[in-house]
Design a protein around this ligand. Structure first.
Ligand SMILES: Cc1cc2nc3c(=O)[nH]c(=O)nc-3n(C[C@H](O)[C@H](O)[C@H](O)COP(=O)(O)OP(=O)(O)OC[C@H]3O[C@@H](n4cnc5c(N)ncnc54)[C@H](O)[C@@H]3O)c2cc1C
Length: 517
């Protein structure tokens, strides 16, 4: 609920209007709508089938994430009692959110929460039609999931209505997508879908900037905030969703300044808002395909055909943590399956049966840490002996703290309800009753697209500083091209470290540009 002083602030930035019963303030498919703060009266929000989702009355407000992202409207709002309300234009609201911390906290948390609820409801948002075994359909569904777009996946093999939608199409047109409000797309790229929904910037064929950031995770967004706030014309190119791995994490507990933890979505939303506030541009759904170093400018070609040049380039494409190839993994991640074991996890797992998957030192350290916290830990790994992959002192520690080790073991299925793990099945069909699982399967850097342009280590991570024969700490083997965050060889794979490195790069870019004149 908005307080009276918040309503007064909104009134200064918006326009007071009235609406009669039955009037529609916005409807599915609209490209935009203003933020609506209700002074008197009532309004119902409905889905495409006319089902009522919620009603808002005096001191309530309408709006969710698409007010910030500019996405097409997914719902319809119809007045049910004569209304007096304040309408605040979207751009004006954004400006206000930067200035007013408490209003920003209230609205952002409500928008994020509303989006999460919408995602859980059937029949809202885009419809993606394609069979279970279609890789292209899975690619688009995964993109929609990571973008947190409300969506439904319709299977033509099970649903006659879905089958009818694609019966006249070629295989090359699948997946078929129906947009809110009636538009249609055939096998869209991630970028085409984003732009059809009005999300993000449409790049020109050739763009020129001071700082070109490739990868919009914490490192890239950190660089964008510092770069843009310090006067550099900055653009971030992101192939999927701004926020990177951190954005996909359910809760980040150890980020400075958030003692109660913060959801990845909220951290990413805030970071993107902050970068945009300073004038950084973000282009999502564009994937860097190649890098051509130059003298005063470096050129990055994108898969979508656009070219972007930067006087300095930051490579912050991060890494993909290897995930278990099992069904429904995402339902458990962040609730009972984790990729790091810190104090909160140790506390959560005390006196619980816990599986740690992986044969490297990070798995060994986590197993010991959890066992010391009172968990009953089993370490599962694929090889015949742990000594092939883990330091001997850690193998001794595992024995000392009573960690059971199962060689040649791989998880093939998860069992549980509502994200709470109850047991796992192994590939040899045996079952183990775990309440929590920790995965340490290694990470691969997203650097294949760079081929030989910058020096990389044997695992593909980008070398910087002395290791790359470069002068600057975060500079790669090519002057003016930098690397930060998880993609950098030897980096600490943590959110705060990535943000810090992104910020540091901006200092080095300034030094370089001032020398270049
Ligand atoms: C499940 C999970 C939970 C985590 N929890 C924590 C935690 O609690 N605390 C903590 O400190 N850390 C945590 N981490 C680690 C933390 O999220 C990472 O260290 C951090 O996100 C690294 O940031 P980054 O910007 O370097 O890379 P990333 O976050 O990986 O971002 C890189 C971005 O680059 C994009 N990209 C890749 N290739 C291209 C290309 N060719 N063109 C354009 N864009 C591209 C990717 O789509 C991605 O968005 C967690 C990680 C995971 C996976």
């Amino acid at each position: 609920m908005l307080s009276s002083s918040q309503l007064a602030t909104l009134a200064e930035h918006g326009e007071e209007r009235t609406a009669e019963i039955g009037e529609t303030l916005f409807q599915i498919g609209d490209r935009s709508y203003p933020f609506v703060a209700i002074l008197e009266g009532e309004i119902a929000v409905t889905d495409a089938a006319g089902h009522e989702i919620v009603r808002h009355g005096a001191s309530g407000f309408l709006g969710e994430m698409n007010l910030l992202s500019g996405q097409t409207v997914f719902l319809t709002a119809v007045v049910t009692e004569p209304m007096r309300y304040i309408a605040v234009d979207r751009e004006e609201l954004r400006r206000l959110l930067f200035e007013d911390g408490s209003l920003s906290d209230l609205l952002l948390s409500a928008f994020v929460e509303r989006r999460e609820l919408l995602q859980q409801r059937e029949g809202i948002g885009i419809e993606i039609v394609g069979p279970h075994d279609s890789g292209e359909t899975r690619r688009l569904v995964e993109f929609a999931r990571r973008m947190r777009l409300p969506h439904s996946w319709l299977f033509p093999e099970e649903d006659p209505e879905a089958a009818a939608l694609i019966e006249h199409l070629d295989a090359a047109d699948i997946p078929f997508v129906r947009l809110p409000g009636g538009g249609e797309l055939r096998r869209p790229s991630n970028g085409e879908l984003s732009r059809a929904l009005g999300i993000g910037l449409e790049l020109g064929p050739r763009e020129e900037v001071d700082l070109l950031v490739i990868g919009g995770g914490p490192a890239g967004l950190g660089a964008a905030v510092y770069g843009a706030s310090e006067g550099l014309d900055t653009i971030v190119i992101e192939s999927t969703v701004l926020g990177g791995q951190a954005g996909a994490s359910r809760r980040i507990e150890n980020y400075l300044g958030f003692p109660a933890g913060i959801s990845g979505t909220e951290l990413a939303t805030r970071a993107v808002g902050q970068a945009r506030k300073f004038g950084a541009r973000t282009a999502t759904g564009y994937r860097a395909r190649s890098l051509e170093p130059g003298i005063s400018r470096h050129l990055v070609r994108l898969e979508e055909g656009n070219e972007v040049t930067g006087r300095a380039v930051l490579l912050s494409t991060g890494a993909d943590y290897r995930r278990l190839p099992v069904d429904d993994l995402d339902l458990y991640e962040g609730i009972s399956i984790f990729y790091a074991a810190g104090p909160p996890e140790a506390q959560l797992c005390a006196a619980q049966r816990v599986g740690v998957v992986g044969g490297g030192n990070s798995a060994g350290q986590a197993a010991v840490w959890l066992a010391r916290g009172g968990a009953l830990v089993t370490l599962l790994h694929r090889r015949a002996s742990l000594s092939e992959t883990m330091s001997h002192y850690l193998i001794d520690e595992l024995a000392r703290y009573g960690v059971a080790v199962r060689d040649e073991s791989e998880v093939s299925a998860l069992h549980g309800e509502e994200g709470r793990l109850e047991s796992v099945t192994l590939t040899d069909r045996s079952g183990l009753p775990f309440s929590f699982l920790f995965l340490f399967l290694g990470a691969s850097p997203c650097t294949d697209w760079l081929s030989e342009t910058v020096a990389r280590d044997s695992d593909g991570f980008i070398l910087t500083g002395r290791d790359a024969g470069a002068e600057g700490l975060l500079e790669t083997s090519v002057p003016g091209i930098y690397a930060a965050g998880d993609v950098r060889a030897g980096s600490i794979k943590r959110c705060a470290a990535a943000v810090g490195e992104g910020g540091m790069v901006v200092r080095f870019v300034h030094d370089r540009l001032s020398l270049a004149g």
